[in-house]
Write a protein that binds this ligand. Structure first.
Ligand code: ASP
Length: 294
């Protein structure tokens, strides 16, 4: 049994760990951990208290993948739901589809009775209003959106990778980057970019510049490297070397998390500092570690 989460998911570590220990199904472990993280209003990169898009709306991306079946469930650009990961879980459980976005995701959320609420806390709203004041005006949005990249260090995603010793699963939840363009979908909702799990090989997840993980298909690349017999370190290294080949578009930091089926983990960053939590059977409790910057 293994559990790997990053710092943005820290609020979910105790509950996720306890669920894994009591033998809960892996998707339950992920959902339990990510729901706790989504309720953590101190963590501003997801769920309640997440930073809004440039219109002041908190737009959420969340996703789960079952490495045994390679079924997935994702929601993107979802507004007004306290636990997007639970809506994503029901996409996986109930629909023939893998991803729902925007209004369709909200319609489905209402149909299944998912909890709704206002995610914009006074802190996030004040930050957004201050940003709007500095910007002067909303238009033209497409030119201004490049400047939101300077908020890079303030964005993150809660990621969880888990193994019950036989199977692996992966999950994510985020509000993307602060003051993003409305409707912008990040890597976290996109299977193969922001995360991937395949019980035959391993699991991977990315945080920070989703645009790069989308272009390079990073999470899937890591898992394919594991499947080809690369170690977790080598798989992360190859993936980072690959994104470093990108020359145009949005280029910034990426953190890659990898877990192989034997329980070897590796977390590598292209530059930004990042923490993660790791637990494997035999350890007393989950332990906080720092990502290695390459
Ligand atoms: N990867 C996420 C996104 O691009 C944000 C982050 O993890 O910082 O939406």
């Amino acid at each position: 049994m293994f559990l790997l989460t990053n710092s943005a998911a820290r609020a979910g570590v105790p509950a996720g760990h306890a669920a894994l220990l009591r033998g809960a199904p892996l998707l339950d472990v992920l959902e339990i951990a990510l729901r706790e993280a989504e309720s953590d209003r101190e963590e501003r990169s997801l769920g309640l208290g997440g930073r809004p898009n440039f219109l002041g709306q908190v737009e959420l991306d969340a996703s789960l993948m079952d490495g045994a079946t390679r079924r997935t469930g994702s929601v993107g650009a979802l507004q007004g739901f306290l636990h997007p990961v639970s809506v994503a879980r029901q996409v996986l459980e109930r629909l023939p589809h893998e991803i729902l976005v925007g209004e369709g995701a909200a319609l489905f959320g209402r149909e299944i009775g998912a909890e709704t609420g206002n995610l914009l806390t006074p802190e996030s709203e004040a930050e957004w209003r201050e940003w709007l004041r500095r910007e002067g005006s909303i238009e033209p949005a497409s030119a201004r959106v490049w400047r939101t990249v300077s908020f890079g260090s303030q964005r993150d995603t809660a990621i969880v990778l888990a193994s019950d010793g036989t199977h692996l699963a992966s999950g994510t939840s985020t509000c993307g980057w602060p003051f993003k363009y409305p409707g912008r979908l990040g890597d976290s909702a996109l299977i193969g970019s922001g995360h991937y799990a395949d019980s035959r090989a391993g699991a991977a997840a990315c945080t920070h510049t989703g645009e790069m993980a989308i272009r390079a298909g990073t999470a899937r690349a890591v898992v394919l490297a594991l499947q080809r017999g690369r170690s977790a370190e080598e798989a992360c290294q190859e993936a980072i070397e690959d994104v470093r080949q990108l020359r145009t578009g949005l280029l910034s930091d990426l953190i890659v998390h990898a877990l192989d089926r034997a329980g070897n983990c590796c977390v590598r960053s292209t530059g930004i500092e990042g923490g993660y939590w790791w637990w494997s059977r035999g350890m007393n409790a989950p332990e906080e570690r720092a990502a290695i910057v390459m």
